[in-house]
Design a protein around this ligand. Structure first.
Ligand SMILES: Cc1cc2nc3c(=O)[nH]c(=O)nc-3n(C[C@H](O)[C@H](O)[C@H](O)COP(=O)(O)OP(=O)(O)OC[C@H]3O[C@@H](n4cnc5c(N)ncnc54)[C@H](O)[C@@H]3O)c2cc1C
Length: 498
């Protein structure tokens, strides 16, 4: 969309029959499920990208802000209904600890400052170590506390570990444990409360379709069912792509496929200097997920739109996920019950339920996702749904689909099934993440969760803007000077203090 608007002739090659990838949809027998992400956290980025192309995002898609963000259900209690309104949020946190509830406002205030300082850093490329020592980074440093984890940092406000979890389980959006995720990412929990949680009517796919629709207006051509078999290189410069129809020449290639998978499958090892297969193999990756998508007879109106069910021993659950050799006996779950907001997801008289169980990614000696393990995981998820208060839903199942880590790798081209990409530890962020203008081969630009700024939809969209700006600078410097300035995170505080 951005490149088409900038005047480039763009062709999108997609191996599947429709756009979306991990943010697409599963549609069958009248049911529609989000494949991966189920909500939007910071829609202002979408508005800004559409505006940059002269379009109004709100005419192309509908995002509904949820009044209640999610039900946060601690195994063994309590169960909190987390509201967008600060006073109600504090009342709920007081069910855990009145002292912690008093500190919610200062957590929000400090993180507002942190995001406004760190926001600009997420909006520019990191092409080398020099970029780490720029003024914006130095300004942000005092608030970053780089060697603390999210959980440790939250300890400054919240004494009860359950309160800390209420503001840190969001590290899972990056596929990471709050006990290991760098403290920078306390901004994830903050962003929910500051900007809200939005449900896209028609599912996440509807937003992807809106982008494709916009791109087509700028002449972008889509070739579906067209896997790229290899990148075409001439003297370490990408000069096109190779599909089953042969070589298709190009001045530049934007790689949106999962970074580790694309490099190891589409680009010969000898053509890469920094990101060789052996280096990619040693990197740390996010967790994977086991998914159960259920089409149910009837609805579940008493359940929230989103439910986060947190295992009694969350820390051990995460340690087991990282270990990868066992299925946890009492795992945490995330459940989406979209029917309470959006009736378009299921036939009349029916509803959809999406259950996500974090599990280890594929690696040596990890679990082998054969039929027997898949059956075991399905039984476990149904039992945990009961524990989470969803009752015995098995007799009501009219449609079901399962995705295992192995399916993520085989069917969605995700390296090791690590659906949240390269882990976001300090050794794999900023200039240490694969660069937006790929450093090993000229003419390649990276987008998606495997490059800077990282995984998670808002930052992936920001990364697309960084990469397309670099590409335009390189191929059409005159155009680059006309580009829209970046927006400021400070400009859109929408926190409702009720
Ligand atoms: C279950 C789950 C839950 C998630 N929850 C959240 C969440 O709550 N919040 C959040 O922000 N993020 C979440 N994510 C992460 C988010 O989905 C990903 O980070 C994001 O979608 C990755 O986008 P991408 O563009 O990098 O990759 P993808 O969406 O995988 O896009 C890559 C595209 O390239 C195509 N492709 C790959 N190889 C080839 C080839 N050789 N030829 C042609 N086409 C090819 C693929 O088919 C795909 O369409 C979740 C992910 C999953 C799976």
């Amino acid at each position: 969309m951005l490149l088409g608007h900038a005047g480039a002739d763009v062709t999108v090659y997609e191996r599947h029959e429709r756009i979306g990838g991990r943010s697409g949809a599963i549609e069958a027998e009248g049911f529609r499920f989000d494949v991966g992400p189920t909500f939007f956290l910071y829609p202002e980025i979408l508005r800004s990208l559409f505006r940059q192309c002269g379009l109004d995002f709100d005419r192309e898609a509908t995002l509904e802000r949820l009044d209640d963000h999610y039900d946060l259900h601690f195994e063994g209690g309590p169960k909190l209904r987390i509201s967008r309104h600060l006073s109600r949020l504090k009342d709920e946190i007081a069910k855990i600890s009145t002292q912690d509830a008093e500190n919610v406002a200062s957590f929000i205030d400090e993180n507002r400052k942190k995001l406004s300082l760190f926001g600009p850093v997420l909006q520019r490329p990191f092409n080398s170590l020099r970029d780490v020592f720029r003024l914006d980074m130095l300004r942000a440093l005092p608030l970053l506390r780089p060697h603390r984890s999210v959980d440790q940092d939250l300890g400054r406000y919240f004494k009860d570990p359950r309160t800390r979890l209420a503001f840190s389980f969001q590290s899972k959006y990056l596929g990471m444990s709050p006990y290991r995720c760098p403290s920078l990412f306390t901004i994830l929990g903050f962003m929910e409360h500051e900007f809200g949680i939005y449900h896209p009517i028609g599912g996440t796919q509807a937003v992807m379709e809106a982008m494709a629709h916009a791109a087509k207006q700028f002449g972008v051509e889509f070739r579906f069912n067209t896997p790229i078999r290899r990148l075409h290189l001439e003297k370490k410069h990408a000069r096109g792509v190779i599909t089953d129809r042969g070589m298709e020449p190009a001045d530049a290639v934007v790689v949106n496929a999962d970074f580790a998978r694309a490099m190891t499958k589409l680009v010969p090892n000898r053509a890469r200097k920094r990101w060789r297969d052996s280096v990619i193999a040693q990197k740390q990756y996010s967790c994977s997920t086991f998914m159960l998508y259920l089409g149910l007879e009837g609805a579940l109106p008493e359940q929230g739109h989103h439910t986060v069910f947190l295992s009694k021993d969350y820390e051990q659950n995460f340690a087991e996920i990282e270990d990868g050799r066992f299925l946890s006996e009492s795992p945490s779950l995330y459940v989406q019950n979209a029917g309470v907001t959006d009736p378009t997801q299921a036939p009349v008289g029916h509803s959809t339920l999406y259950a996500l169980m974090p599990v280890g990614h594929l690696k040596e000696k990890s679990l082998v996702w054969d039929e027997s393990l898949t059956r075991q995981a399905r039984t476990l998820v149904l039992a945990r749904l009961k524990d989470a208060g969803f009752g015995d839903i098995e007799p009501r199942i009219r449609f079901e689909k399962i995705i295992t880590p192995q399916n993520w790798e085989d069917d969605y081209d995700v390296h090791r099934g690590a659906v949240f990409n390269l882990a976001h530890n300090l050794g794999q962020m900023l200039h240490r993440r694969p660069h937006n203008r790929f450093e090993d081969i000229k003419g390649i630009y990276l987008v998606g969760g495997g490059t800077h700024p990282g995984s998670g939809l808002p930052v992936i969209f920001e990364g697309a803007r960084i990469s397309s700006n670099l590409l335009v600078q390189d191929l059409a410097p005159q155009k680059a000077r006309e580009r829209m300035p970046f927006f400021s995170f400070k400009r859109y505080p929408t926190h409702d203090i009720a």
